[in-house]
Design a protein around this ligand. Sequence first.
Ligand code: URA
Length: 269
Amino acid sequence: MSAESAPDLEALDPNDALAMLVWQVELGADEAILDAPVDRFELPAASPKAKPADKPTERAAQDVPSLLASDPVAEARALASEAADLDQLREAMAGYDHCELKKGARNLVFSDGRAGARVMVVGEAPGREEDRVGKPFVGAAGQLLDAMFRAIGLSRESPDLESALYITNILPWRPPQNRDPSRDEMAMMMPFVERHIALAKPEVLVVMGNIPAGALLGRRGITKLRGNWTETQGLPCLPMFHPAYLLRQPMQKRAAWSDLQDLHAKLNS
Ligand code: URA
């Protein structure tokens, strides 16, 4: 912004100032720049030169952590693959700091229901209620999801693995204003999702809505995808409409019911 067009900050109404700030953040501004320019040629030399390692092999070993740190996806992959069970995976995700969403979230939303259930549902990301409670699908869409699966005898509360449900999301942290997750956010969380599925060992996956379909199947267009069995992570996978969409478009519940019956038939086949 040039000096001529800069607003008189003293005269600025605080609400206008806040609205301008929100607008800039929505445009993608993520760093505050100082009022006065910094002459970086005048700054003292940054960090002392790294001491070369004694042997090339030691040097290579030292470089691995820094290489991983500069590649959030590689670091996520390394952390996820080290997790031997779901508790370790949750811990690894809680300690993963590359996803900016973590900073604005109240809770890590990992999963709900019974690990080991025959059916694992993968949603998009926590909303406000999920962020508050720390469990997936607990708001209005979650209540509809529960009713849908109850209709075919499955429940996240069931102690019996035969009739249990296991639920997670692509992202464990709530995106601000429930915006769609960015490509980068999804790419860095996918290794955790893939490991999550491998450790939970469901027989069948249900992906709810466009975002998880894009992330797990590499395809969007849920209207065409829904109801058509496909495969991902070595498992049969049924894409379905997201319950939040069904709340907005109740006419589509008929399609969702048909998909649920299909799922029921698959489990009984
Ligand atoms: N929508 C989702 O996709 N996941 C949730 O946990 C809640 C709403």
